[in-house]
Design a binder for this molecule. Structure first.
Ligand code: FAD
Length: 428
């Protein structure tokens, strides 16, 4: 490793070119701040999974005048999702029509397409630089600003800035070096993910495959989420209990594909054609919870998964990273005017606004994990009854989709849950 003696100066250095960083840079772009975004990846390549952009994320993209462009990319719009038991009986259809605001739907997309769009928009601003294959290593802070070091092309480089932003994901090195107190740990269960590419004419596929309906099959200790991100691309997630891959595939892929084929007829044949008769083709996606006491220090601030990685049951991580950006942008632009170093006291408003929201989502996600991932027959029966009950009670359904849509956090009270359970136990 050689040292590159050139030292560059920027107003803001961001480690990690995740959706949080890209959204923040898009908000700040018109203000002219010099921004350097470092990412160790070679580019915005596919992450081999689909994600949901909720009404919250859609409203942010609209604010940035990027929503129309996003809709020109391959995607699928969801006005509702179906929740079924493992026999394929419909428990509840959760509809976004109840969500207040201009976007009563979610948009499913391969996330790298969205990242590329945001990065392309930044490329028209010469004061914003995205540098891939750049591995952030360390930083120090003094009254004259932040000095960050990173490695690129076998050379160690140095950059001066007035603030360092950590959007470097759940294993954040920025968080570690800044010694921000809190917990960062994986959940007990993880997911296996995979995708199916349909033939050029998807209507030639079995109807359950061609159908783009988003379907969650919930059984005892099993979850199968099947959804579409374009006319030809389907993604799925499977619960991997105890992250035990060996046990999950103990009988090979045969029993698994047969089970999934009962839920989505035609699945096994297309999955086999796509090579999913090999367990190694199922990608493990671990699930983390990051819950911190604070998100900033003098010269440093965290966003996205680095600050609050959350369980995908709430389908919010990407959307909440975007919301971090929306809240942080005006606070930061004001703080940058106050001197050579952005101090923590000028970022407290960001923490005050964002930490309670992400904590509430963590609480909700933990509760969903206890109920959705359960194999206890009483919990499974109660869960199914509650789903049926919520489907019959529009006021409760509205609370749930408003929360999942990211617009407001409206958790169900004990009384709500009791009413849902009762309503679901009545044959109807
Ligand atoms: C199975 C699963 C399903 C999900 N589904 C959804 C969904 O439907 N909707 C939703 O909103 N969210 C979903 N999420 C969550 C979502 O993927 C994340 O919350 C989101 O991507 C976080 O974005 P971020 O801005 O924090 O950056 P990240 O995506 O975490 O990116 C961090 C970046 O930092 C870079 N980096 C790390 N360390 C360094 C370093 N030292 N130097 C340089 N670069 C570095 C990495 O290369 C990476 O590009 C899901 C997550 C999982 C696991």
């Amino acid at each position: 490793m050689t040292a590159d003696l050139r030292t560059e100066a920027f107003d803001i250095v961001i480690t990690g070119a995740g959706i949080g960083a890209l959204t923040l840079a898009n908000y700040l772009a018109p203000l002219g701040f010099r921004i350097l975004i470092l990412d160790r990846r070679p580019g915005f390549d596919p992450v081999h999974r689909g994600e949901l952009v909720q009404p919250l994320g859609l409203s942010i993209l609209e604010e940035l005048s990027l929503l129309d462009d996003l809709k020109k990319l391959p995607h699928t719009l969801y006005k509702s999702f179906d929740f079924l038991d493992d026999e394929g009986r419909l428990l509840m259809r959760s509809s976004y029509e109840a969500v207040p605001g201009p976007h009563p739907y979610a948009l499913a997309i391969e996330p790298h397409l969205m990242d590329q769009l945001l990065a392309k928009n930044l490329s028209q601003h010469s004061h914003i630089v995205i540098r891939h294959e750049s591995d952030f290593k360390n930083f120090s802070v003094d009254s004259s600003g932040v000095t960050a070091t990173y490695e690129r092309g076998g050379q160690s480089r140095m950059v001066l800035a007035r603030i360092l932003i950590g959007d470097d994901g759940r294993h954040s090195r920025v968080r570690e070096i800044a010694k921000i107190p809190g917990t960062a740990a994986p959940y007990r269960d993880s997911y296996l993910g995979g995708s199916l590419l349909l033939p050029e004419d998807p209507s030639s596929c079995p109807p359950a495959i061609a159908d783009t309906t988003g379907r969650y099959f919930l059984g005892p200790r099993s979850i199968f989420f099947f959804f579409s991100v374009s006319e030809r691309r389907r993604f799925f997630l499977l619960l991997l209990p105890n992250r035990d891959r060996e046990k999950f595939f103990a009988g090979g892929t045969g029993p698994l594909l047969r089970r999934l084929d009962r839920q989505i007829p035609g699945f096994a044949e297309i999955a086999t054609q796509g090579g999913l008769d090999d367990p190694d083709r199922f990608m493990e996606l671990s699930v983390w919870k990051v819950d911190l006491e604070r998100w900033s220090d003098d010269g440093v601030v965290l966003m996205g998964d680095a600050a609050h990685a959350m369980n995908p049951h709430v389908a919010q991580g990407r959307n909440q990273a975007m919301e971090d950006a929306r809240v942080l942008a005006p606070i930061l632009s004001k703080a940058l005017l106050s001197g050579p170093l952005v101090r923590r006291e000028s970022l407290l408003l960001y923490e005050k606004e964002r930490i309670p929201v992400t904590r509430a989502l963590h609480r909700l996600a933990d509760e969903m994990t206890r109920v959705w991932n359960s194999g206890n027959p009483f919990v499974v029966r109660a869960r199914e009854a509650a789903f049926r009950g919520i489907g019959r009670m529009p006021s409760l359904e509205r609370k749930i989709v408003t929360t999942i849509g990211g617009l407001r956090i409206l958790p169900l009270s004990h009384w709500d849950k009791f009413r849902a359970l009762l309503a679901g136990l009545i044959p109807g």
